[in-house]
Each structure stands twice: as structure tokens, then as C-alpha cells.
Design a protein around this ligand. Structure first.
Ligand code: FAD
Length: 398
């Protein structure tokens, strides 16, 4: 078994893990991040939801139930985490627009509005009410995007179809990165005589150059242009993940990709190492401190069995929201599923409660009582708690 030494080991490559990792690596710590795979960010719209309870997300946080983990994070740290995120994304040529004090809408692929706080610049011009007239450009055979749904909800919308020669989200996005394809598309677009106020596209305008491509189309047409997130897999979510990953590496962090944690070495109060499986042999990654950012059920941090809910890496005590029958609701969209409260309860340093472990910190979707869907607080909570966990970890090591 190979043994590798670091200051901090992060487990999980989601918004939380990559953010905590970049924070620490940027301050000179030797940081390794181990992950078994992609995060839930790749399924998301790419928008940073902070709290949908109120027009002003920071006021919304104050209205959340008292056991919500957002209350563990000082408002100063929440603001700092969102500012740092916007700075990082600017550095990665993927600017995010918006402010912590104002929610805005993202137009969904179904023609409904979703509340978010910070949005990729490619969604900045998104229609904010049903009165704005939009022309949607869609692509022949594209699944995961149905302009018909949008038109049925919005009288002021029309759509045209372009044949990109491929029909997958990823395939069209890769084509947009090619100059020849873009030029041919722009020639076609010029001939469409679009009279609506704004032009909308499914989110396929490039893999990494989406900002540039959106701006080019806006200049050519003289109209505001925006992307509409498709059903998963979502390009804006994937761009977000890729940008955070690059930023973490730029700060000096190292990623062990496809290395699920399968065991730990520990003494009474200290985790000494995580054992990971890779290329058929185990590796031991030793660290002074560990940040658990493995997400909730979708991310793989928690597993529900008939008897219990289990935390899969350190076997930490899990807060279970009442008996099993209270985990569910007959109505899928009710947002009142008790299971949304399951997770790890943490103290004000984000150390897990109910365990003597001194050098473990927890952040992101694995925390208890988040009710992420109901409270509209996904990536925003991940950013804020990642900052707090990284700060606590830094104080502990020093
Ligand atoms: C379908 C969907 C859409 C969403 N849309 C939005 C949105 O538009 N805006 C928004 O703000 N929020 C959205 N959310 C919520 C948001 O994605 C999450 O709340 C947030 O990103 C959680 O991030 P995380 O870093 O805590 O965990 P995750 O993103 O879940 O990442 C967990 C990571 O841990 C790794 N991992 C798990 N177990 C192990 C192990 N044993 N060993 C090693 N690695 C492991 C996983 O591979 C993964 O990389 C959405 C969620 C879902 C499910």
C-alpha cells in the first residue's frame, strides 16, 4: 500500500469540497482532494441558490428554521464566500452576475421560473417576467429541451430550429467551440429576421467559451442573448464544476480522481488517514485534518437502508428525521419530504456532533436539516459552509 502525506485531505469534489480545498491550498497548505466521481453540480442549472425564502437571500437565511446549518455561519463569512466565488469565476473566465442581496429568476426548460442568486453571465439577460418577448433557437433532435413547453406558458415566445448535425447537449456545445461551425451558424441566424426583444438558447453555447460565444451572438444580433438550462446533464453545471476544479488546481491542490474512500485509520480522537481504492490497490492518504464534503444521498455521502441512514466514510452519527414513514410524502413535488433533513449535525466550527473526533470538519449537502430543495439553498450553502470548515481546519492545524 502506498502512503502519501498532506496537511489536509478533502473528501468529495463538489462545490463544497473544491471550495474548501482552494481556500486552504491558496493559503499554503498541502491539500489533496479524493473523490469517487462527479458532483451534483453537474446536474444543476449552474446558478448559485443561496436562499429562496425572501427576495433578499441574506434576509431569507434569517427566516430559516433555527436548526438550519446556515445559522452556524456568520453573515460576514457568507458574504466573503460569495465574493470569493465571484472572484474565482472571473479568474476562470466564467463570470457570475448578481448580488447576495437580490434573488433573480432563471427561465427553466419547462418555461417556469426558478429562483437563484448568482448566475453565469450567459444567463444574466434571462427574461424576468412573462411579458418580455423572446425568440428561442433550438437544435434539431435535441433531447432534454422542449421549447414547446416554454411557448405554451409564454404568449410572447417563438422558436426556430437549427440543424447542428448532432443532437446531444455535449455534442452541440463542442461544435460551438469550433470557429467554422460558429461562423456558419451566425450566417444562418442573421437570416432569421428575429423581431423579439431577446434571443434565448438551450445551454449549449460552448463547453468553456460560453461567455465569449454569448457575447458574440449578442453583438451580431444587437439583442440581449441568454441561455436556458436544459434537463441534466447540464452544461452550465458542468462548466461550474470544471471551473472550480481548475481553480483548485491553480491554487496548488491535488485531485485523486476515481478514488473512493473505503476505510479510515484512526486513534481515539484523531483520524490519521483515509484508505482509498484505485487501480486495484489501496492507498493511504495521511493528513493532519480532514474535510468531509461527500454530499447527501445523490452525491453518495449518505445511504438509506431499511433500518438506518448511514454516513459512508467515517460512519459519523446521522441525524434521522423521525421514523421511516416520515421520510416520504405522497406528493413528489410537495418539498415536505422528511428525508431532506437527514445528515450530520455539526457544531459552530463544523465539527460533527456526537463524536470525539477533533480533526474532522463537515460541509455542504451532507449537513443535517438543510432541506435544500424546499429552502432553495444548494450551492450557496455549500460555498458558505466550505469557507467556515476551511477556516476551522486552518485554526486547528495552526
Ligand atoms: C438534480 C439537482 C439539481 C440541483 N440544482 C441546483 C441548482 O441549480 N442550484 C443550486 O444552488 N443547487 C442545486 N442543487 C443542489 C446542489 O447541487 C447541492 O446542494 C450542492 O452542490 C452540494 O454540494 P456538495 O459539494 O456538498 O456535494 P456533492 O455535489 O453531492 O458532491 C459530493 C462529492 O463527494 C464524492 N463522494 C461521495 N462519496 C465518496 C466517497 N466515499 N469517497 C470519495 N468521494 C466521495 C462524490 O463523488 C462527489 O464528488 C441541485 C441538486 C440536484 C440533486
Amino acid at each position: 500500500m502506498s502512503v502519501i502525506e498532506y496537511d489536509v485531505i478533502i473528501i468529495g469534489a463538489g462545490v463544497a469540497g473544491l471550495t474548501a480545498g482552494a481556500y486552504l491550498a491558496g493559503r499554503g497548505f498541502r491539500v489533496a482532494l479524493v473523490t469517487k466521481g462527479e458532483p451534483t453540480a453537474c446536474l444543476s442549472t449552474g446558478g448559485i441558490d443561496v436562499c429562496s425564502y425572501n427576495d433578499n437571500p441574506l434576509l431569507g437565511i434569517k427566516e430559516l428554521p433555527s436548526d438550519h446549518p446556515f445559522h452556524l455561519v456568520d453573515e460576514k463569512i457568507i458574504r466573503e464566500s460569495l465574493d470569493n466565488f465571484q472572484t474565482a469565476m472571473n479568474e476562470m473566465d466564467m463570470p457570475y452576475k448578481g448580488s447576495a442581496e437580490k434573488n433573480r429568476f432563471i427561465l427553466s426548460a419547462l418555461g417556469t421560473f426558478k429562483t437563484s442568486c448568482l448566475v453565469p453571465s450567459t444567463m444574466e439577460a434571462a427574461a424576468q417576467d412573462a411579458k418580455e418577448s423572446i425568440h428561442i433557437i433550438t437544435f434539431k433532435g435535441l433531447k432534454d429541451f422542449y421549447p414547446g413547453y416554454i411557448i405554451s406558458r409564454r404568449k410572447n415566445a417563438k422558436f426556430s430550429i437549427y440543424d447542428a448535425g448532432v443532437s446531444s447537449t455535449m455534442g452541440i456545445a463542442s461544435h460551438f467551440e469550433e470557429r467554422e461551425f460558429l461562423e456558419k451558424f451566425l450566417l444562418w441566424l442573421e437570416k432569421q429576421n428575429i423581431y423579439q426583444d431577446k434571443i434565448a438558447f438551450p445551454a449549449v453555447l460552448g463547453l468553456e467559451s460560453a461567455t465569449k460565444i454569448t457575447d458574440t451572438i449578442a453583438i451580431l444580433t444587437g439583442k440581449p442573448v441568454f441561455e436556458i438550462p436544459t434537463l441534466p446533464p447540464s452544461m452550465p453545471g458542468r462548466r461550474l464544476f470544471n471551473a472550480l476544479k481548475k481553480y483548485f488546481r491553480k491554487k496548488g491542490g491535488e485531485i485523486y480522481w476515481g478514488w473512493p474512500v473505503i476505510g479510515v485509520e484512526k486513534s481515539e480522537k484523531i483520524i490519521e488517514a483515509v484508505i482509498t481504492s484505485s487501480k486495484g490497490r489501496p492507498n493511504s492518504l495521511n493528513g493532519k485534518a480532514f474535510i468531509l464534503a461527500t454530499g447527501s444521498f445523490v452525491g453518495g455521502g449518505l445511504t438509506a437502508t431499511r433500518e438506518a441512514i448511514i454516513e459512508n466514510v467515517f460512519n459519523l452519527p446521522v441525524h434521522v428525521p423521525g421514523p421511516r414513514e416520515t421520510w416520504f410524502d405522497n406528493d413528489y413535488f410537495s418539498l415536505n419530504h422528511g428525508i431532506g433533513r437527514a445528515g450530520i449535525i455539526a457544531d459552530s466550527s463544523l465539527r460533527p456532533a456526537g463524536t470525539p473526533m477533533e480533526n474532522v470538519f463537515v460541509c455542504g449537502g451532507i449537513l443535517a436539516n438543510t432541506e435544500i430543495l424546499k429552502n432553495g439553498c444548494g450551492h450557496g450553502l455549500a460555498l458558505a459552509t466550505a469557507h467556515l470548515a476551511a477556516k476551522s481546519c486552518m485554526e486547528y492545524i495552526r
